[in-house]
Design a binder for this molecule. Structure first.
Ligand SMILES: NC(=O)c1ccc[n+]([C@@H]2O[C@H](COP(=O)([O-])OP(=O)(O)OC[C@H]3O[C@@H](n4cnc5c(N)ncnc54)[C@H](O)[C@@H]3O)[C@@H](O)[C@H]2O)c1
Length: 321
């Protein structure tokens, strides 16, 4: 079976490509390299440089005759999406609709989509499950929700079978060290503490220490990229076997606070993580954790590498080298 992976040179995509190659799939990576690294693409995959915004280059990718598409190519910076929504509408909405239309033209019916926790918005209860109302509070989350909604229509009208995978905070690097180049423009806590430990950044700003959490700092659910990658392979198998659409969370149900992360980073790296407490950021919930019972039940998937120590150790391998 041949799989077209858009954004396959990116942070999560390069791990998904390795997992697919290991599982015996033929892989075609389609990436415009705006943020990806060509060197992170597994040598077993075919690489095509191109953008979902260009119909001709999409057609080149589909001439490889893929049986399924895993679509990761998108912008993902929630803050930037609020100042430059047009950039996000163009890439995340129009780019994805172009891709779906190309799938229809080339008669490819199986689609795995990188969605996000940001579709839920401010949590009304915890842990967040798939029945939680969707109400994004940033434009990025809205672009992903728009595609989830479109997928229902493309399924009904064009016979596309889809898996929408709602990732929580992706973190870590390949446990076997096969991904050698770091994510470009990372904005999450774990890359930031790694930059401090490796001397590239001076200190950590902690946005509030008076939340209703055990140590007062925000608590989040982090999921290892190798765990995310294995869920994509399971989702592909499920869609091929069962032909039933699914929308599932990919998370651990376990939360770590900002201070947990800072202290564990000190212990993993042997470096100090100096921090300042600054004002809360608008829209940040005290805690955001989720359950993945649906993925466990339907996909027979469980996170294996998402404990904080493994997350940080696999990152430190890259940041310390
Ligand atoms: N990283 C996270 O924590 C997280 C959480 C939830 C969802 N996601 C989603 O997962 C996906 C992958 O995220 P990532 O962290 O690997 O990001 P990333 O920026 O590292 O990877 C995205 C890749 O897509 C490519 N790309 C962007 N626009 C393109 C286009 N129009 N055509 C072709 N290639 C294009 C980039 O060059 C890059 O290689 C995104 O859709 C993102 O929204 C990520």
């Amino acid at each position: 079976m041949k799989v077209l992976v858009t954004g396959g040179a990116g942070y999560i995509g390069s791990h998904v490509v390795i997992e697919l190659c290991e599982a015996g799939y033929d892989v075609v990576v389609f990436d415009d390299l705006s943020l990806g690294h060509r060197e992170n693409v597994d040598h077993r995959a075919i690489f095509i440089k191109g953008s979902t915004l260009n119909d001709d280059s999409l057609a080149t990718a589909f001439l490889e005759k893929p049986d399924a598409v895993i679509h990761l190519a998108a912008w993902k910076a929630a803050g930037e999406s609020m100042t430059d929504p047009g950039k996000y509408a163009q890439n995340n909405i129009i780019g994805t609709i172009n891709l779906l239309n190309a799938m229809c033209r080339f008669d490819v019916k199986t689609f795995v989509f990188s969605s996000t926790a940001a579709v839920y918005g401010y949590p009304q209860y915890l842990p967040v499950d798939e029945k939680h109302p969707v109400n994004p509070i940033n434009y990025y989350g809205y672009t992903k929700l728009v595609i989830e909604e479109n997928l229902k229509w493309y399924s009904e009208l064009k016979g596309i079978r889809f898996a929408a995978l709602r990732y929580f905070n992706a973190a870590g690097y390949d446990i076997h060290g096969r991904v050698r180049h770091r994510e470009r423009n990372p904005q999450n806590l774990l890359p930031i503490v790694m930059e401090i430990a490796s001397g590239e950044r001076k200190h950590l700003d902690i946005y509030g220490n008076d939340y209703d959490t055990p140590d007062g700092t925000g608590v989040r659910d982090y999921i290892h990229v190798n765990d995310l990658a294995s869920a994509h392979v399971q989702a592909l198998k499920y869609l091929k076997d069962k032909c039933i659409n699914l929308t599932v969370n990919l998370a651990t149900g376990v939360g770590y606070s900002v201070l947990d992360v800072a202290y564990e980073t000190e212990s993993v790296t042997g470096q100090r993580i100096p921090y300042n407490i600054v004002d809360r950021r608008p829209g940040d919930p005290a805690e955001l954790i989720a359950v993945s019972k649906e993925a466990e039940k339907i996909l027979n998937w469980q996170p294996r590498y998402s404990d904080l120590t493994t997350l940080l150790k696999t990152m430190w391998t890259l940041y310390s080298s």
